[in-house]
Design a protein around this ligand. Structure first.
Ligand SMILES: Nc1nc2c(ncn2[C@@H]2O[C@H](COP(=O)(O)OP(=O)(O)OP(=O)(O)O)[C@@H](O)[C@H]2O)c(=O)[nH]1
Ligand SMILES: [Mg+2]
Length: 360
Protein backbone atom coordinates (compact mmCIF):
# COMPACT_ATOMS: atom_id res chain seq x y z
CA UNK A 1 0.00 0.00 0.00
CA UNK A 2 2.72 2.42 1.07
CA UNK A 3 4.66 1.55 -2.08
CA UNK A 4 1.70 2.32 -4.36
CA UNK A 5 1.15 5.67 -2.61
CA UNK A 6 4.80 6.72 -2.97
CA UNK A 7 4.80 5.59 -6.61
CA UNK A 8 1.73 7.79 -7.23
CA UNK A 9 3.38 10.76 -5.52
CA UNK A 10 6.52 10.29 -7.60
CA UNK A 11 4.48 10.07 -10.79
CA UNK A 12 2.46 13.15 -9.89
CA UNK A 13 5.69 15.09 -9.14
CA UNK A 14 7.04 14.05 -12.53
CA UNK A 15 3.93 15.39 -14.27
CA UNK A 16 4.15 18.63 -12.26
CA UNK A 17 7.72 19.07 -13.37
CA UNK A 18 6.85 18.49 -17.03
CA UNK A 19 4.01 21.03 -16.81
CA UNK A 20 6.31 23.51 -15.10
CA UNK A 21 8.98 22.96 -17.74
CA UNK A 22 6.31 23.21 -20.42
CA UNK A 23 4.97 26.46 -19.02
CA UNK A 24 8.42 27.96 -18.92
CA UNK A 25 8.89 26.77 -22.45
CA UNK A 26 5.65 28.40 -23.59
CA UNK A 27 6.52 31.66 -21.91
CA UNK A 28 9.62 31.81 -24.08
CA UNK A 29 9.68 34.02 -27.12
CA UNK A 30 10.87 32.16 -30.18
CA UNK A 31 12.42 34.27 -32.91
CA UNK A 32 12.58 33.79 -36.63
CA UNK A 33 14.08 36.11 -39.22
CA UNK A 34 12.72 36.52 -42.75
CA UNK A 35 15.67 36.36 -45.13
CA UNK A 36 15.93 36.53 -48.91
CA UNK A 37 16.79 38.89 -51.75
CA UNK A 38 14.89 42.09 -52.45
CA UNK A 39 11.37 41.65 -53.78
CA UNK A 40 11.22 38.00 -52.62
CA UNK A 41 8.08 38.60 -50.55
CA UNK A 42 9.47 38.89 -46.99
CA UNK A 43 7.39 41.91 -45.96
CA UNK A 44 4.33 40.37 -47.60
CA UNK A 45 4.74 37.37 -45.27
CA UNK A 46 5.16 39.78 -42.37
CA UNK A 47 1.84 41.40 -43.32
CA UNK A 48 0.18 38.00 -43.57
CA UNK A 49 1.50 37.11 -40.12
CA UNK A 50 -0.04 40.34 -38.80
CA UNK A 51 -3.33 39.49 -40.53
CA UNK A 52 -3.13 36.03 -38.97
CA UNK A 53 -3.24 37.75 -35.60
CA UNK A 54 -6.25 39.88 -36.67
CA UNK A 55 -4.29 43.04 -37.31
CA UNK A 56 -6.48 45.97 -38.46
CA UNK A 57 -4.91 48.69 -40.57
CA UNK A 58 -4.35 51.88 -38.61
CA UNK A 59 -5.18 55.33 -40.06
CA UNK A 60 -1.48 55.97 -40.40
CA UNK A 61 -0.98 52.71 -42.32
CA UNK A 62 -3.93 53.51 -44.61
CA UNK A 63 -2.52 56.93 -45.41
CA UNK A 64 0.90 55.53 -46.13
CA UNK A 65 -0.64 52.72 -48.17
CA UNK A 66 -2.47 55.17 -50.45
CA UNK A 67 0.76 56.96 -51.28
CA UNK A 68 2.63 53.71 -51.82
CA UNK A 69 -0.11 52.70 -54.26
CA UNK A 70 0.23 56.01 -56.13
CA UNK A 71 3.96 55.38 -56.37
CA UNK A 72 3.37 51.81 -57.56
CA UNK A 73 0.86 52.98 -60.19
CA UNK A 74 3.31 55.59 -61.42
CA UNK A 75 6.17 53.14 -61.67
CA UNK A 76 3.89 50.67 -63.48
CA UNK A 77 2.62 53.10 -66.12
CA UNK A 78 5.76 55.17 -66.68
CA UNK A 79 7.74 52.41 -68.42
CA UNK A 80 4.74 51.87 -70.73
CA UNK A 81 4.44 55.61 -71.39
CA UNK A 82 8.17 55.91 -72.12
CA UNK A 83 8.07 52.94 -74.49
CA UNK A 84 5.03 54.36 -76.32
CA UNK A 85 6.75 57.73 -76.76
CA UNK A 86 9.71 55.99 -78.37
CA UNK A 87 7.45 54.19 -80.84
CA UNK A 88 6.86 56.73 -83.63
CA UNK A 89 4.29 54.61 -85.47
CA UNK A 90 2.22 54.25 -82.33
CA UNK A 91 2.45 57.95 -81.49
CA UNK A 92 1.09 58.73 -84.96
CA UNK A 93 -1.77 56.31 -84.39
CA UNK A 94 -2.83 57.61 -80.95
CA UNK A 95 -2.91 61.27 -82.00
CA UNK A 96 -1.35 64.41 -80.57
CA UNK A 97 -3.74 64.87 -77.64
CA UNK A 98 -3.03 61.44 -76.26
CA UNK A 99 0.70 61.96 -76.91
CA UNK A 100 0.56 65.05 -74.68
CA UNK A 101 -1.24 63.05 -71.99
CA UNK A 102 1.46 60.41 -72.15
CA UNK A 103 4.20 63.00 -71.86
CA UNK A 104 2.49 64.36 -68.73
CA UNK A 105 2.57 60.85 -67.23
CA UNK A 106 6.15 60.25 -68.32
CA UNK A 107 7.54 63.32 -66.57
CA UNK A 108 5.44 63.06 -63.39
CA UNK A 109 7.26 62.58 -60.09
CA UNK A 110 6.09 61.51 -56.64
CA UNK A 111 7.40 64.75 -55.21
CA UNK A 112 5.22 66.69 -57.59
CA UNK A 113 2.18 64.48 -56.87
CA UNK A 114 2.59 65.00 -53.13
CA UNK A 115 2.24 68.75 -53.63
CA UNK A 116 -1.01 68.57 -55.64
CA UNK A 117 -4.35 69.34 -54.00
CA UNK A 118 -7.00 66.62 -54.07
CA UNK A 119 -8.71 67.93 -57.25
CA UNK A 120 -5.48 67.95 -59.21
CA UNK A 121 -4.53 64.53 -57.83
CA UNK A 122 -7.88 63.13 -59.00
CA UNK A 123 -7.36 64.77 -62.37
CA UNK A 124 -4.01 63.02 -62.66
CA UNK A 125 -5.76 59.71 -61.87
CA UNK A 126 -8.22 60.42 -64.70
CA UNK A 127 -5.35 61.06 -67.11
CA UNK A 128 -3.73 57.75 -66.18
CA UNK A 129 -7.07 56.04 -66.68
CA UNK A 130 -7.55 57.63 -70.11
CA UNK A 131 -4.10 56.39 -71.04
CA UNK A 132 -4.84 52.84 -69.84
CA UNK A 133 -8.23 52.81 -71.63
CA UNK A 134 -6.80 53.78 -75.01
CA UNK A 135 -7.27 50.82 -77.32
CA UNK A 136 -3.90 51.22 -79.08
CA UNK A 137 -2.08 51.47 -75.79
CA UNK A 138 -3.99 48.52 -74.35
CA UNK A 139 -2.96 46.47 -77.37
CA UNK A 140 0.62 47.69 -77.01
CA UNK A 141 1.08 46.79 -73.35
CA UNK A 142 -0.68 43.45 -73.59
CA UNK A 143 1.74 42.33 -76.32
CA UNK A 144 4.96 44.14 -75.44
CA UNK A 145 7.92 42.33 -73.94
CA UNK A 146 8.53 45.26 -71.57
CA UNK A 147 9.50 43.97 -68.13
CA UNK A 148 7.08 45.61 -65.72
CA UNK A 149 7.14 45.26 -61.92
CA UNK A 150 5.27 42.22 -60.53
CA UNK A 151 2.62 44.47 -59.01
CA UNK A 152 1.86 46.29 -62.30
CA UNK A 153 -1.04 44.05 -63.36
CA UNK A 154 -2.64 44.40 -59.93
CA UNK A 155 -2.17 48.16 -59.73
CA UNK A 156 -3.48 48.71 -63.24
CA UNK A 157 -6.50 46.55 -62.38
CA UNK A 158 -7.19 48.75 -59.34
CA UNK A 159 -8.39 51.55 -61.58
CA UNK A 160 -6.06 54.43 -60.91
CA UNK A 161 -9.05 56.77 -61.27
CA UNK A 162 -10.48 55.16 -58.18
CA UNK A 163 -7.30 55.14 -56.16
CA UNK A 164 -6.51 58.79 -56.78
CA UNK A 165 -9.92 59.84 -55.42
CA UNK A 166 -10.36 61.28 -51.94
CA UNK A 167 -13.03 58.70 -51.12
CA UNK A 168 -10.73 55.80 -51.91
CA UNK A 169 -10.11 53.47 -48.96
CA UNK A 170 -7.44 50.84 -49.64
CA UNK A 171 -8.28 47.22 -48.91
CA UNK A 172 -6.35 44.39 -47.27
CA UNK A 173 -5.66 43.07 -50.76
CA UNK A 174 -4.11 46.40 -51.68
CA UNK A 175 -1.96 46.16 -48.56
CA UNK A 176 -0.53 42.77 -49.46
CA UNK A 177 0.00 43.72 -53.10
CA UNK A 178 1.85 47.02 -52.76
CA UNK A 179 5.59 47.16 -53.08
CA UNK A 180 7.69 49.17 -50.70
CA UNK A 181 11.28 48.02 -50.27
CA UNK A 182 12.30 47.55 -46.64
CA UNK A 183 15.19 49.45 -45.20
CA UNK A 184 16.07 48.82 -41.58
CA UNK A 185 14.26 46.27 -39.49
CA UNK A 186 10.70 45.60 -38.41
CA UNK A 187 9.63 43.22 -35.67
CA UNK A 188 6.27 41.75 -34.82
CA UNK A 189 5.35 39.26 -32.11
CA UNK A 190 2.61 36.78 -32.82
CA UNK A 191 0.91 35.39 -29.73
CA UNK A 192 -0.30 31.85 -30.27
CA UNK A 193 -2.14 29.81 -27.63
CA UNK A 194 1.08 28.39 -26.26
CA UNK A 195 4.02 30.39 -27.54
CA UNK A 196 5.16 33.83 -28.62
CA UNK A 197 6.69 33.98 -32.07
CA UNK A 198 8.81 37.02 -32.81
CA UNK A 199 9.21 37.66 -36.53
CA UNK A 200 12.01 39.90 -37.77
CA UNK A 201 11.69 41.44 -41.24
CA UNK A 202 14.80 42.91 -42.86
CA UNK A 203 15.61 44.42 -46.25
CA UNK A 204 16.86 42.17 -49.04
CA UNK A 205 18.86 44.65 -51.11
CA UNK A 206 22.58 43.98 -51.08
CA UNK A 207 23.30 47.00 -48.89
CA UNK A 208 20.62 45.82 -46.41
CA UNK A 209 21.90 42.23 -46.38
CA UNK A 210 25.12 43.43 -44.75
CA UNK A 211 23.05 44.30 -41.65
CA UNK A 212 21.42 40.87 -41.26
CA UNK A 213 24.21 39.50 -39.10
CA UNK A 214 23.27 41.84 -36.21
CA UNK A 215 20.12 39.79 -35.63
CA UNK A 216 21.53 36.29 -36.10
CA UNK A 217 22.34 35.60 -32.45
CA UNK A 218 18.63 35.99 -31.49
CA UNK A 219 17.35 33.63 -34.15
CA UNK A 220 15.93 30.23 -33.25
CA UNK A 221 14.75 29.31 -36.72
CA UNK A 222 15.60 30.70 -40.16
CA UNK A 223 12.91 31.56 -42.68
CA UNK A 224 14.30 31.93 -46.19
CA UNK A 225 12.19 33.23 -49.06
CA UNK A 226 12.97 33.02 -52.76
CA UNK A 227 10.81 34.35 -55.59
CA UNK A 228 11.02 31.31 -57.87
CA UNK A 229 9.23 33.20 -60.65
CA UNK A 230 12.53 34.96 -61.30
CA UNK A 231 14.12 31.86 -62.86
CA UNK A 232 14.43 33.71 -66.17
CA UNK A 233 15.84 36.95 -64.76
CA UNK A 234 19.39 38.18 -64.75
CA UNK A 235 20.11 40.46 -61.81
CA UNK A 236 23.02 42.72 -61.18
CA UNK A 237 23.44 44.15 -57.71
CA UNK A 238 25.74 47.06 -56.96
CA UNK A 239 28.77 46.52 -59.18
CA UNK A 240 28.48 42.75 -59.55
CA UNK A 241 28.23 40.97 -62.89
CA UNK A 242 24.69 39.92 -63.82
CA UNK A 243 23.66 36.47 -62.62
CA UNK A 244 20.53 34.37 -62.65
CA UNK A 245 18.19 35.45 -59.83
CA UNK A 246 17.62 31.93 -58.49
CA UNK A 247 21.36 31.23 -58.51
CA UNK A 248 21.83 34.50 -56.62
CA UNK A 249 19.25 33.32 -54.06
CA UNK A 250 21.06 30.00 -53.67
CA UNK A 251 24.29 31.86 -53.02
CA UNK A 252 22.61 34.04 -50.40
CA UNK A 253 21.14 30.95 -48.73
CA UNK A 254 24.55 29.27 -48.73
CA UNK A 255 26.08 32.29 -46.99
CA UNK A 256 23.29 32.25 -44.42
CA UNK A 257 23.66 28.55 -43.64
CA UNK A 258 27.44 28.86 -43.44
CA UNK A 259 27.18 31.61 -40.85
CA UNK A 260 28.46 30.27 -37.49
CA UNK A 261 25.53 31.87 -35.59
CA UNK A 262 23.04 29.97 -37.73
CA UNK A 263 24.71 26.57 -37.80
CA UNK A 264 22.15 23.78 -37.18
CA UNK A 265 19.24 26.25 -37.00
CA UNK A 266 16.16 24.72 -38.60
CA UNK A 267 15.12 26.22 -41.92
CA UNK A 268 11.70 27.17 -43.22
CA UNK A 269 11.89 27.62 -46.96
CA UNK A 270 9.22 29.57 -48.82
CA UNK A 271 9.49 29.11 -52.59
CA UNK A 272 7.32 32.09 -53.35
CA UNK A 273 5.48 33.76 -56.23
CA UNK A 274 4.27 30.35 -57.41
CA UNK A 275 1.34 32.11 -59.14
CA UNK A 276 3.71 34.03 -61.44
CA UNK A 277 5.88 30.92 -61.85
CA UNK A 278 2.78 29.01 -62.98
CA UNK A 279 1.94 31.56 -65.69
CA UNK A 280 5.52 32.00 -66.81
CA UNK A 281 6.43 28.33 -67.05
CA UNK A 282 3.75 27.90 -69.72
CA UNK A 283 5.69 30.18 -72.06
CA UNK A 284 9.30 30.47 -70.81
CA UNK A 285 11.12 27.11 -70.79
CA UNK A 286 13.08 26.42 -67.62
CA UNK A 287 15.78 24.65 -69.65
CA UNK A 288 16.58 27.92 -71.41
CA UNK A 289 17.97 29.19 -68.11
CA UNK A 290 18.86 25.87 -66.46
CA UNK A 291 20.24 23.61 -69.25
CA UNK A 292 20.55 20.73 -66.76
CA UNK A 293 16.73 20.60 -66.36
CA UNK A 294 15.44 17.28 -67.67
CA UNK A 295 11.76 17.48 -66.78
CA UNK A 296 8.90 18.04 -69.22
CA UNK A 297 9.14 21.35 -71.01
CA UNK A 298 6.74 24.13 -69.95
CA UNK A 299 5.44 21.93 -67.13
CA UNK A 300 4.52 23.47 -63.78
CA UNK A 301 4.83 20.42 -61.59
CA UNK A 302 8.18 19.23 -63.02
CA UNK A 303 9.44 22.82 -62.92
CA UNK A 304 8.55 23.22 -59.24
CA UNK A 305 10.16 19.85 -58.40
CA UNK A 306 13.37 20.93 -60.11
CA UNK A 307 13.59 24.32 -58.39
CA UNK A 308 12.77 22.81 -55.00
CA UNK A 309 15.51 20.24 -55.49
CA UNK A 310 18.04 22.99 -56.24
CA UNK A 311 17.39 24.43 -52.79
CA UNK A 312 17.15 21.11 -50.92
CA UNK A 313 20.35 19.79 -52.53
CA UNK A 314 22.19 22.90 -51.45
CA UNK A 315 20.92 22.54 -47.88
CA UNK A 316 21.85 18.88 -47.61
CA UNK A 317 25.30 19.58 -49.04
CA UNK A 318 25.88 22.05 -46.22
CA UNK A 319 24.19 20.03 -43.47
CA UNK A 320 22.56 16.72 -44.34
CA UNK A 321 20.91 16.57 -40.89
CA UNK A 322 19.29 20.00 -40.96
CA UNK A 323 15.53 20.19 -40.41
CA UNK A 324 14.02 21.85 -43.50
CA UNK A 325 10.37 22.73 -44.03
CA UNK A 326 9.81 23.69 -47.68
CA UNK A 327 6.56 25.27 -48.88
CA UNK A 328 5.47 26.41 -52.32
CA UNK A 329 3.81 29.73 -51.61
CA UNK A 330 1.78 32.54 -53.08
CA UNK A 331 2.21 35.18 -50.41
CA UNK A 332 -0.36 37.64 -51.74
CA UNK A 333 -3.07 34.98 -51.43
CA UNK A 334 -4.47 35.56 -47.94
CA UNK A 335 -6.27 32.20 -47.64
CA UNK A 336 -3.43 30.01 -48.90
CA UNK A 337 -0.86 31.84 -46.79
CA UNK A 338 -2.97 31.46 -43.65
CA UNK A 339 -2.65 27.68 -44.02
CA UNK A 340 1.10 27.95 -44.62
CA UNK A 341 1.48 30.09 -41.48
CA UNK A 342 -0.58 27.63 -39.46
CA UNK A 343 1.54 24.68 -40.48
CA UNK A 344 4.73 26.69 -39.93
CA UNK A 345 3.63 27.53 -36.39
CA UNK A 346 2.99 23.84 -35.73
CA UNK A 347 6.44 22.95 -37.06
CA UNK A 348 8.12 25.62 -34.93
CA UNK A 349 6.23 24.47 -31.85
CA UNK A 350 7.37 20.88 -32.40
CA UNK A 351 10.97 21.90 -32.98
CA UNK A 352 10.88 23.91 -29.79
CA UNK A 353 9.42 21.05 -27.80
CA UNK A 354 12.05 18.72 -29.22
CA UNK A 355 14.82 21.18 -28.40
CA UNK A 356 13.57 21.23 -24.83
CA UNK A 357 13.40 17.46 -24.69
CA UNK A 358 9.62 17.42 -24.21
CA UNK A 359 8.96 15.32 -27.29
CA UNK A 360 11.20 13.09 -29.34
N1 LIG B 1 2.09 37.83 -57.59
C1 LIG B 1 2.73 37.75 -56.42
N2 LIG B 1 3.26 38.86 -55.87
C2 LIG B 1 3.90 38.71 -54.69
C3 LIG B 1 4.00 37.49 -53.99
N3 LIG B 1 4.67 37.70 -52.83
C4 LIG B 1 4.95 39.01 -52.80
N4 LIG B 1 4.49 39.63 -53.92
C5 LIG B 1 4.62 41.04 -54.29
O1 LIG B 1 5.99 41.28 -54.54
C6 LIG B 1 6.34 42.60 -54.13
C7 LIG B 1 7.54 42.55 -53.20
O2 LIG B 1 7.18 41.95 -51.99
P1 LIG B 1 7.85 42.37 -50.60
O3 LIG B 1 7.20 41.53 -49.59
O4 LIG B 1 7.83 43.83 -50.43
O5 LIG B 1 9.35 41.90 -50.85
P2 LIG B 1 10.55 41.94 -49.81
O6 LIG B 1 11.20 40.61 -49.84
O7 LIG B 1 10.09 42.42 -48.49
O8 LIG B 1 11.51 43.01 -50.49
P3 LIG B 1 12.61 43.95 -49.75
O9 LIG B 1 11.95 44.65 -48.63
O10 LIG B 1 13.08 44.89 -50.83
O11 LIG B 1 13.71 43.07 -49.32
C8 LIG B 1 5.07 43.21 -53.52
O12 LIG B 1 4.43 44.00 -54.51
C9 LIG B 1 4.23 42.00 -53.16
O13 LIG B 1 2.85 42.29 -53.20
C10 LIG B 1 3.43 36.32 -54.60
O14 LIG B 1 3.49 35.20 -54.09
N5 LIG B 1 2.82 36.52 -55.81
MG1 LIG C 1 10.52 44.02 -47.36
Amino acid sequence: MGNIASEEIRHSREIDSIIKKDKKNFEQTISTILLGAQNAGKSTFMKQIKLFSDHQLTDEEIKELKWTMYENVLSSVQPIADAVLKNKQLVDKIGSNMALTIEAISIQTMENLSQLDQDKLSRFGEIVQLFLNDKFIKEFYSTTSLVLPDYAVYMVSRMPMLIFQKSFVPTINDWVNVRKPTSGVQEFTLNTADMKLKVIDVGGQKSERKKWIHHFDKVFIITFISAISTYDQEVSEEDELPRNAIKRDLEILKEVLDNPFLKRKPLILFLNKSDIFKLKIQVVPLEKHFPEYQGKTLDYSDGIKFVKKLFLDLVSKIDAELDVFPHITHATDVKQTKNVIQSTITAIRNINLQANGLIT
